[in-house]
Design a protein. Structure first.
Length: 96
């Protein structure tokens, strides 16, 4: 999966339209549209903006790898991670 594919995956997994995604990460919509559409190259500032807005995906965005023990997940596993955290929390409450 390419960097552009990972950018699209974050946008889709977060359930955002491109305009909302651009606003969330602080990049002009036209810039983001051109980058994702392949008309412009991804700049370091673009990657940093996404990583700042979605820190849980930072490592995956750049390297395409997850580090769950460090809280670095992919958007595809965000629901799995959320469910796991809820189970752990419930277990901790139960065990006192």
């Amino acid at each position: 999966m390419s960097l552009l594919d990972r950018m699209k995956e974050i946008e889709n997994a977060e359930g955002m339209h491109r305009e909302d995604f651009a606003m969330k990460i602080g990049i002009r919509y036209t810039r983001l549209r051109n980058v994702i559409g392949g008309q412009a190259k991804v700049r370091m500032e673009d990657i940093e903006a996404i990583a700042t807005a979605f820190p849980q995906y930072k490592h995956w965005l750049v390297f395409g790898e997850e580090l769950p023990v460090c809280g670095q997940i992919s958007p595809m596993n965000k629901n799995v991670s959320k469910a796991k955290n809820q189970k752990t929390y419930k277990r901790e409450l139960k065990n006192g």
